[in-house]
Design a protein around this ligand. Structure first.
Ligand code: G6P
Length: 610
């Protein structure tokens, strides 16, 4: 959720590194922010409600020099978005930034109150500042005080703490919330996500759960919570700095929509043989996959929608039964799992708490696990038995686009592998499927050429308050995803339904004020049925936007108000194609409405609380 950044080194660089880091992390949360800079042994804190730009305005020309500092951008969990609830939180000489939730905060708060500590915010995080300060007041060292505090709190946490009493170190805790240390020369960095610090260093140390790092200018010591030193390897990470620039686009979301041909190509690279005859997944143990009797796919938000499509693809191509679960429900659903069950967890970020907790539960129950994720070495990647990386590149826009289409590609590839492992599809089928796969980048490029047409549609439809998206089969989840995109960034109420289910209730909503958007590639098994549904809507004066493949609407134009026609493609690939116009539609409506497209209200890109 919240973003954290920390720095120790050159006093003149601290302010800039913290602010730039926070700007790069703003997608994690953006309701308030703040920094604390320790200058010799004096702490200067500036906080502001709203975006980082507000913090920058407030800091203005202030020098804010200091040998070390911490910064935070918040997504509210405890307490409203306000300056007083913004981090860093302080107690006496101690300042702290925190990401996560302290589950036992009620009892800790009352203990601390009894000791005379005064709380000024509504946050659970303030507890950490008081706990550390309490240790220091009792004569303990900073390290001992921090360790004592960290041992007391329960729940997922990433914390960075500083104190005026020992102004030459920052202390970091990782407990189920991501945080890394970046190594430099005479300087070191801390960040909840690598993008915050990648312009300064690519030498990264990933902390493990239960690690506490003492970060000094020339030294980083990592221990467990008993004080025993632990070794964590330095990893050299690569990252494309262009991912963090808008590259001439007005928003990251539009840039990322347009990057889809490239991200599809990158995702396919290395997964298809040089002669285009077969599919390979390096590092994936196909022998193990052969034994699988049941699969469960799970994820949240957009990743959940790709799981729904993954189920249909896997079942079609391999006949292995697949269940789909919303990650936040899975953990508490008493799932039926044994060692022949494969649980596939899907997460762009690889850090979503609901998904990573579901993964741990699956492992506990003895399932084999496979992650599909976009972030190298992320928590979910590290916890899973096997990983397939999507190669979408860093996704910054909160509304997921290119990560989704690359997840679908991976599912299609995996379905072929499973189909082969189970002897359900032939080499010829695979080589024909490979042809469809390699055609995807060009297919998306062609669909992007419809942008002007979609923009015009957005002009026509932006004043409606309710939308219905309808699809069948592989395109029912696309109806859900199209509706989600519109909700997320345009704040327009939109529902996705299975087209056939419409007549069982939701059709009561339909009149000339509720546009209905059909997603209906002509070669879909249920195409004639969806035409029946189209007629039902028109009979009730519904406004119809019909998204289909070439000539799909030729005989039905009288029922259609607006047509979006995309090139013909293999039905199994169609969700990758049909989602693109819907991403553009949501984008252009949001643009007309003037919403904050890359950072829509109330949302965060990476949700690390359950
Ligand atoms: C958040 C984001 C969504 C995303 C979901 C799952 O809610 O706002 O866009 O789909 O998390 O994220 P993940 O990183 O696990 O795919």
């Amino acid at each position: 959720m919240c973003g954290i950044v920390g720095y120790i080194g050159d006093a003149k660089k601290t302010k800039q590194i913290l602010l730039e880091g926070l700007l790069r992390l703003e997608y994690r949360g953006y309701d308030s922010s703040g920094i604390a800079v320790l200058n010799k042994s004096v702490t200067n804190i500036v906080k502001a409600k709203g975006k980082i730009a507000e913090l920058q305005k407030k800091i203005g020309k202030e020098k804010l020099e200091g040998q070390l500092g911490i910064g935070h951008t918040r997504w509210a969990t405890h307490g409203i978005a306000s300056e007083v609830n913004a981090h860093p939180h302080t107690s006496g000489t101690t300042s702290v930034v925190h990401n996560g939730i302290i589950e036992n905060y009620v009892e800790l708060k009352s203990e601390l109150k009894q000791k005379g500590f005064k709380f000024i915010s509504d946050t659970d995080s303030e507890i950490l500042a008081h706990l550390v300060e309490s240790g220091l007041e009792n004569g303990k060292s900073f390290t001992e005080s921090a360790r004592g505090a960290f041992k007391k709190v329960k729940g997922a946490c990433a914390v960075v703490v500083i104190t005026e009493r020992e102004p030459e170190k920052l202390i970091v805790l990782r407990n189920f919330s991501p945080v890394v240390v970046g190594l430099g020369e005479n300087e070191n960095y801390i960040a909840s996500d690598i993008p915050a610090i990648i312009p300064y260093t690519n030498r990264i140390v990933y902390l493990e759960d239960g690690d506490m790092a003492i970060v000094e200018k020339n030294e980083v010591t990592i221990t467990d919570l008993n004080g025993t030193e632990v070794k964590r390897e330095e990893v050299l990470v690569s990252s494309d700095p262009a991912s963090f620039e808008k590259g001439g686009f007005k928003h990251f979301m539009l840039k990322e929509i347009y990057e889809q041909p490239r991200s599809a190509l990158d995702t396919l690279r290395g997964k298809i043989s040089g002669d285009f005859s077969s599919i390979e997944l390096a590092g994936i143990n196909t022998k193990q996959l052969n034994k699988i009797k049941k699969i469960i796919t799970l994820g949240c938000g957009t990743s959940y929608h790709s799981c729904l499509i993954g189920k249909l693809l896997i079942e079609n191509l391999s006949r292995i039964p697949v269940e789909v679960s919303i990650a936040s429900e899975f953990r508490y659903s008493n799932p039926i799992i044994d060692q022949d069950t494969l649980v596939i967890v899907v997460s762009q970020s690889g850090e979503t708490a609901d998904t990573s907790e579901a993964l741990l539960e699956a492992k506990r129950l003895g399932a084999k696990t496979l992650a599909i994720t976009n972030v190298f070495n992320s928590k979910i990647a590290r916890e899973s038995d096997q990983v397939i990386y999507t190669r979408a590149g860093t996704e910054i826009g909160v509304a997921s686009t290119k990560a989704f289409t690359t997840q679908l590609l991976v599912f299609y590839i995996l379905s072929n592998i499973l189909g082969k492992a189970k002897g359900r599809i032939s080499e010829e089928d695979i080589s024909s499927n490979v042809k469809s796969l390699v055609g995807v980048p060009l297919l998306i490029e062609k669909i992007l050429k419809l942008d002007d047409q979609i923009k015009a549609l957005a002009q026509k439809y932006n004043n409606f308050n309710n939308f219905i998206f309808l699809g069948r089969g592989l395109n029912f989840p696309i109806a859900l995803e199209g509706a989600l995109k519109l909700k997320e960034i345009s704040y327009i109420h939109a529902e996705g339904y299975a087209a056939g289910e419409m007549k069982h209730g939701p059709i009561a909503l339909v009149d000339e004020n509720v546009p209905v958007l059909f997603i209906a590639p002509k070669n879909g098994a249920n195409f004639t049925k969806i035409i029946g549904n189209l007629r039902e809507i028109k009979a009730r004066n519904g406004l119809v936007i019909f998204l289909t493949t070439e000539k799909g609407a030729d005989e039905y134009k009288e029922y259609i108000d607006d047509l979006i026609e995309i090139p013909n493609c293999d039905y199994n690939i169609s969700p990758i194609a049909t989602i693109v116009p819907l991403q553009l539609f949501a984008y252009h409506i949001a643009r007309i409405k003037g919403t904050d497209i890359d950072q829509p209200r109330n949302l965060a890109k990476v949700v690390t609380v359950e």
